[in-house]
Design a protein around this ligand. Structure first.
Ligand SMILES: CC(C)(COP(=O)(O)OP(=O)(O)OC[C@H]1O[C@@H](n2cnc3c(N)ncnc32)[C@H](O)[C@@H]1OP(=O)(O)O)[C@@H](O)C(=O)NCCC(=O)NCCS
Length: 264
């Protein structure tokens, strides 16, 4: 691995997906595969397409940099629920997970532990809409909080739950009432109960992410209870913009490019 990452540290990368200018996007798109360009082409709204390209390119550049692999040559494979991982052909066990929301992206990278990450924007909630996302215990604890804390606490719980199901890799197909996480700022993020997984709650480590308001976020890692710390990488969006073939400046990519898949 070119950029060493020790087992007891999980790197966190957070970047703004809106910082890529229209003129930089073609360079970012050069780092994507045909499948990813095809996915980008299917977005109805240009803003969503840009965000997707900036997110995927960032993922490829960052993960590729750990392995010394050119972003576009990073081979990803997917489990049955769509979780990407590094394909066996790249011969690495590096773990990573991406989340994007409201124009921000967060990526967790670990040399050792299965990870899941989730970020959300704290938005107004629709009355009665939250119960299907939470376990009965979480709902009860949330409802008992002062009204002014409710909304942020809900999103915080939600990212704890989603980071966990993303770490497992099955996403929202995992029954959300089969586990409890801690609720509210008074308690550290933690799994309190876990019914439907081979691991014990104590095998999982949860961390609240340091991310600017109005975002909240959680990292979940299957650490087996071993101590780990988060390392926030401060190479920001410029890292992505400068390293993605700056000499190329055409968007969408030409039809005869190897990685082209119908962007028009
Ligand atoms: C994974 C899931 C929870 C993501 O929810 P979200 O809040 O909309 O998205 P986030 O921004 O946090 O995460 C998206 C990223 O997580 C990763 N991801 C995708 N599926 C994943 C999964 N099952 N587990 C973990 N990570 C996953 C991808 O990198 C994705 O990025 P992309 O959208 O650029 O491809 C949700 O999409 C889900 O439950 N998926 C499973 C769907 C399923 O069961 N599919 C079966 C048939 S494919």
């Amino acid at each position: 691995m070119r950029d060493g990452l020790s087992a007891d540290v999980i790197d966190i990368w957070i970047w703004n997906l809106e910082e890529a200018s229209a003129s930089q996007l073609p360079n970012l798109a050069r780092t994507l595969t045909a499948r990813e360009l095809d996915a980008a082409a299917r977005f109805v709204h240009e803003r969503d397409r840009r965000r997707y390209v900036a997110g995927r390119s960032g993922l490829r550049q960052i993960v590729g940099s750990y392995l010394g692999i050119e972003p576009k040559r990073l081979n990803l494979s997917y489990n049955a629920y769509g979780k990407p991982r590094i394909a066996a052909s790249n011969g690495s066990m590096l773990h990573f997970n991406l989340s994007h929301c409201g124009g921000m992206a967060a990526l967790a990278v670990s040399s050792c532990y299965q990870v899941g990450i989730d970020i959300e924007v704290v938005r107004p909630l629709k009355e009665g809409n939250v119960s299907r996302f939470l376990s009965p215990k979480e709902q009860m604890t949330l409802t008992a909080l002062p009204a002014g804390e409710y909304r942020r606490a809900f999103y915080s719980v939600w990212t704890r739950k989603e980071a966990f199901v993303k770490a497992i890799g099955v996403g929202l197909s995992f029954p959300l009432d089969a586990f409890d996480v801690t609720v509210g700022d008074g308690l550290p993020p933690r799994l309190e109960r876990l019914d439907a997984d081979g691991n014990r709650p104590a095998d999982w480590s949860l961390f609240d992410l340091q991310i600017p308001s109005p975002f909240v976020g959680t990292l979940a890692a299957l650490t087996g209870g071993r101590p780990v710390s988060l390392n926030y990488r401060d190479e920001n969006a410029q890292f992505f913009m400068s390293s993605a073939h700056p000499e190329r400046n055409d968007w969408p990519p030409h039809q005869n490019d190897g990685n082209q898949a119908g962007l028009s």
